[in-house]
Design a protein around this ligand. Structure first.
Ligand SMILES: Nc1ncnc2c1ncn2[C@@H]1O[C@H](COP(=O)(O)OP(=O)(O)OP(=O)(O)O)[C@@H](O)[C@H]1O
Ligand SMILES: [Mg+2]
Length: 211
């Protein structure tokens, strides 16, 4: 695999999609072939899965069922979108990835984190981003701004707090693969710091010797 895989993570409304857009724009302006994508839902099967998970009409969904639905979305998304783009040598910019599953299904819900981690690893066949940008924001400021919360956004302050702490723990465990940014800094400044790290990643990837 020759491309570079960059994921954006963080709670609801922290500015992930804004930074995804700014990075994609930079890639376009600099002639870097990029695939911009998101999880869950950026395939036909994924859309159906996302509908089940986010629709308030779903009501109480068994935590293991929810985790398996997310895992199914990831497995298919990697197969259909991410790996083909990496094989073409592209920069893959993904709005949410495995850490969101660990944060919301492992730390947020009642499931054992190690078990969710191994389900996620199996679903993705161990594919990790070259860089994960974590936009960190205290949860009251983030969730408080959402006017009509969907099923997950409406899940309560404790849930979002546990998820935030897990995102930070994952980042702290692997500082080389993460860039943690305070989400409410001016978006152009955040974008500049993201670009700096992505440029590093791209030059590392270019120097990688394929087996
Ligand atoms: N750095 C920033 N400072 C202040 N506001 C911001 C910043 N970045 C984005 N926003 C604003 O915050 C809101 C949410 O941004 P955005 O949609 O990018 O977040 P998100 O993390 O993708 O949200 P979701 O989890 O709902 O997909 C938007 O109104 C956006 O304009
Ligand atoms: Mg978004």
């Amino acid at each position: 695999m020759t491309g570079a895989f960059v994921a954006f993570e963080g709670g609801d409304g922290v500015g992930k999609s804004t930074q995804v857009r700014l990075l994609a724009q930079w890639a376009r302006e600099n002639g870097i072939a990029a695939t911009v994508t998101f999880e869950p839902g950026d395939t036909a099967a994924g859309q159906a899965i996302r509908r089940i998970v986010l629709d308030p009409a779903t009501g109480d969904l068994a935590p293991r069922a929810e985790a398996l639905l997310y895992a199914a979305d990831k497995a298919h998304h990697l197969h259909a979108v991410v790996r083909p783009a990496l094989r073409r040598g592209e920069l893959v910019i993904c709005d949410r990835y495995v850490d969101s599953m660990l944060a919301y299904q492992g730390a947020g819900r009642v499931l054992d984190l190690d078990e969710v981690t191994s389900v996620a690893r199996w679903a993705t066949d161990g594919l990790l981003p070259d860089l994960t940008v974590l936009l960190d924001l205290d949860t009251e400021r983030a969730v408080g701004t959402i006017a009509e919360p969907d099923r997950l956004e409406g899940a309560g302050a404790d849930f979002h707090q546990r998820a935030r702490l897990l995102f930070l723990e994952l980042a702290a465990a692997e500082p080389d693969r993460y860039l943690v940014l305070p989400a409410r800094e001016p978006r152009r400044e955040l974008a500049a710091r993201v670009r700096e790290r992505v440029e590093q990643v791209l030059s590392e990837v270019a120097g990688r010797i394929e087996p």
